[in-house]
Design a protein around this ligand. Structure first.
Ligand SMILES: [Zn+2]
Length: 233
């Protein structure tokens, strides 16, 4: 075989591999994006797509933390190499209207420079007793960073106990860039502890847990086939 032919075969193989990787990575996310566009256009036409705050699916340890349509799952991809570390729940309302509640009891912190986020320390993972986990709730501010977090939890709050169902704030569209807000939603994720009593960097998927068993819903992007996920009965 000539070197040139070998080179062509290697290039074709690499392109096919890249194409397959992109297809696998983005196909579910693209399907969910089109559904989400439909939800944004007319949420009232799809009341059956939404879950309600406080609902417990199956025998899950967590209650659902807000009202809305689950637009993106854990491990969805928004761009090459990106893996979504949590789930995005879109209320279908304007900012500051859709309540966000604690999914599980724990100790709430809002760091001094946080405008739109809180994190709740859960000393005992209900599905793996003996380890500590953290529940992160974000996008609770408007594009300019005006917070919709409950006034009970101002920036600089540390270790305030909250029971499940406690109002934490309201969905917003804060992205950090006032000119480029996100769609109104709650991003919710389960973050691992670093073993020293601190939460790990939430931006890395390897520092987070698949929320599926915690919420009793199939929320893993790579194994879930459905675009619309609701409580199974
Ligand atoms: Zn998100």
């Amino acid at each position: 075989m000539s070197k040139r032919l070998l080179f062509v075969i290697i290039v074709i193989g690499a392109l096919a591999g890249l194409g397959y990787y992109l297809y696998r990575s983005f196909r579910p996310s693209i399907g969910r994006t089109s559904n989400l566009m439909e939800w944004f256009r007319n949420p009232d036409a799809h009341p059956d797509w939404a879950l309600q705050a406080g609902v417990r699916c199956e025998e899950a340890p967590f209650i659902f933390p807000t009202d809305g349509y689950i637009g993106f799952f854990w491990d969805d991809s928004f761009r090459i190499g990106h893996r979504h570390q949590g789930i995005d729940i879109f209320g279908g309302t304007d900012v500051g209207l859709t309540p966000v509640v604690a999914a599980y009891p724990g100790y709430l912190t809002c760091l001094p420079d946080w405008k739109s986020s809180v994190i709740v320390r859960v000393p005992e993972d209900p599905l793996q007793p003996g380890r500590q986990i953290w529940l992160y709730y974000t996008h609770m501010a408007d594009p300019a960073g005006n917070s919709f977090i409950s006034p009970e939890f101002p920036p600089g709050t540390y270790e305030k106990y909250v029971e499940a169902g406690r109002l934490l704030g309201y969905q917003g569209d804060y992205s950090g860039d006032p000119n480029n807000p996100v769609g109104v939603h709650l991003h919710f994720s389960i973050v691992l502890d670093d073993g020293q009593g601190n939460f790990r960097n939430e931006l890395e998927i390897r520092n987070t847990l698949d929320p599926s068993p915690y919420l009793g819903l199939p929320l893993n992007a790579k194994s879930s086939v459905g675009k619309v996920i609701v409580c199974g009965k």
